[in-house]
Design a protein. Structure first.
Length: 135
């Protein structure tokens, strides 16, 4: 079984916080053990990866796999930053579709789907401007 949780302070990306992370993992496991007796006894290995490791080992700024919090002030037109929410980048033909873009992270594919739709719109506009109305 793999448990993914991410609700630790983002400041923990600055230092390992191993003791605190182990205590957090213990609390999570206890919660599951309350629902599924003997859950804790069935664990044969555990690995706790915190924000510090996520940043230093995997290069995720702030140790956040979603490239920023998925909170109201960082969604829609604010994701990844004001002026860049349309999946385009300042480099013509280069689009972004990572967890940093709307609708955020997770294994959902929505950012890629939205980026492809933007690419199709842009290509359609370019063809029309060139006088080519191919379908």
């Amino acid at each position: 079984m793999s448990l993914f949780t991410q609700w630790v302070p983002h400041e923990w990306s600055k230092a390992p916080h191993e003791k605190e992370l182990e205590a957090y993992a213990d609390r999570v496991i206890e919660g599951y053990n309350d629902l599924a007796p003997n859950f804790k006894a069935a664990i044969i290995h555990r690995q706790v990866i915190g924000p510090h490791e996520m940043e230093t080992e995997y290069g995720l700024i702030g140790g956040n796999i979603f490239h920023g919090e998925l909170s109201a002030e960082q969604l829609f037109h604010m994701r990844p930053a004001p002026g860049y929410a349309d999946y385009r980048t300042p480099i013509r033909g280069l689009y972004q579709c990572s967890s940093a873009t709307h609708a955020g992270g997770g294994v959902c594919g929505i950012p890629a789907y939205n980026a492809v739709r933007q690419i199709q719109k842009d290509r359609s506009r370019r063809r029309k401007r060139k006088g080519s109305f191919k379908t």
